[in-house]
Design a protein around this ligand. Structure first.
Ligand code: SF4
Ligand code: SF4
Length: 384
């Protein structure tokens, strides 16, 4: 077992070796052996990003957690050809790091970044700044950041006019949106849009996603929207029940089973995470992956917020519970306090967990049984 590399190990699982036969210890031993084996970068696997026509690697690069350009450079030099960043990450430093890694490689890597602008003027200003930070003359995909409803910026004529102007000037090529919550509604809005204005949707999608999200994703893809998945690890919580086995590869393979998804952009902090994620290219989801994911799911069920927003109508004070929980996840699961604070700070105080401090009883109910009050209190103390 100790001699197996990851790919061979997967072939065993695809062939249907019974997990009961191996037992959890046997599986753990096999995985440890796989991790110790010399790593070989896989051949890149591409899918087409909707109507953009861009062929991008199924494992692309989510740069938000990457402090060193070297990790990005290594990925690009082994064929990864799509990178997603945003100026709000690392207080602007993230785009700078990506820009550094793009030097000498710009023509073989597609760049996606984001704007939080809520008017045409702000969008233009954001794009101009991003171009400078990235040290490039064009952005391949500019995305309206964190859209959570049909009413939120998608059909704003001022923003659309600004984006078209930027495209005419050659500063951006394609338009997109990102969504962490209520993504089904956002995807349907893109599919309904007769102008087919937005070409790309970067959405939360993972093994915890519901049927409504999967259906909306298929509909948007059918309308030509290129789908990129994020938050594919459902938080990436470190859990005791998984022992030495990381559930990450299984989680990524689960997403790629869906042919409507063009790519995933896992966050990769260092070479070890890069190797773990990039290795998934060309792998198939098998029974062992199912087994690993089931164990992982059971262990995160009481802590993982799906950001569905279903509880929010129950809060009489309008707290944005899903965004507070996302910030908390960045702090507790990602262990990225800076990112947690940046995300939390984007909330107006009147929708943040500060409101909960003066609330006697929590009236909001989680459809997945999470203890909302406890999460709000933790977030308020940690991030408030
Ligand atoms: S504790 Fe009160 S203010 Fe906070 S989410 Fe619950 S109902 Fe809303
Ligand atoms: S707390 Fe529960 S209901 Fe509210 S957004 Fe999270 S998963 Fe959905």
């Amino acid at each position: 077992m100790g001699k197996l590399n990851r790919r061979e190990f997967l072939q065993i699982s695809v062939a249907g070796t019974s997990t009961a036969l191996l037992g959890w210890d046997g599986i753990a031993e096999a995985v440890q052996g796989a991790v110790q084996a010399p790593f070989v970068f896989p051949r890149p696997v591409y899918r087409t990003l909707g109507r953009t026509g861009m062929k991008i690697t199924v494992i692309s690069f989510g740069a938000m957690l990457t402090p060193e350009a070297e990790v990005l450079e290594t990925a690009f030099d082994h064929g990864v050809n799509y990178v997603d960043t945003a100026r709000v990450y690392m207080g602007g430093r993230n785009e700078e790091i990506v820009g550094r890694a793009l030097k000498g490689r710009r023509d073989r890597v597609y760049v996606a970044t984001k704007t939080t602008g809520r008017s045409g003027k702000q969008v233009i200003r954001d794009v101009e700044t991003s171009l400078k930070m990235l040290e490039t003359d064009r952005i391949d995909v500019i995305q309206l950041h964190s859209i959570s409803s049909r009413q939120d910026r998608i059909f704003n004529p001022d923003i659309r006019e600004a984006l078209l102007k930027l495209r005419q000037q050659g500063k951006v090529r394609f338009f997109g949106v990102t969504s962490h919550s209520n993504e089904a509604e956002v995807l349907h809005a893109l599919a309904d849009d007769r102008d087919r204005f937005f070409d790309v949707a970067l959405v939360k999608y993972n093994f915890e996603s519901d049927a409504a999200a999967t259906k909306a994703l298929a509909r948007a893809a059918g309308a030509g929207v290129g789908i990129v998945a994020m938050k594919s690890l459902a938080g990436g919580y470190r859990t005791d029940t998984s022992g030495p086995i990381s559930p990450y590869q299984a989680a990524l393979k689960w997403v790629l089973k869906n042919r409507h998804v063009a790519a995933i952009i896992p966050g990769m902090r260092d070479m070890a995470e890069l190797r773990e994620d990039i290795a998934v290219m060309g792998m198939k989801f098998g029974p062992l992956d199912r087994y690993i994911l089931d164990r992982y799911r059971a262990s995160i069920d009481s802590v993982y917020c799906r950001f569905c927003g279903a509880c929010e109508a129950g809060c009489p004070f309008g707290v944005e519970i899903s965004t507070v929980n996302r910030s908390l996840m960045y702090a507790e699961a990602y262990r990225e306090e800076g990112l947690a604070r940046e995300t939390y700070r984007q909330l107006p105080i009147s929708s943040s967990a500060s409101v909960c401090m003066d609330c006697a009883t929590c009236a909001a109910k989680c459809i997945h049984g999470l203890d909302i009050r406890a999460k709000m209190e933790r977030a308020g103390k940690l991030l408030g």
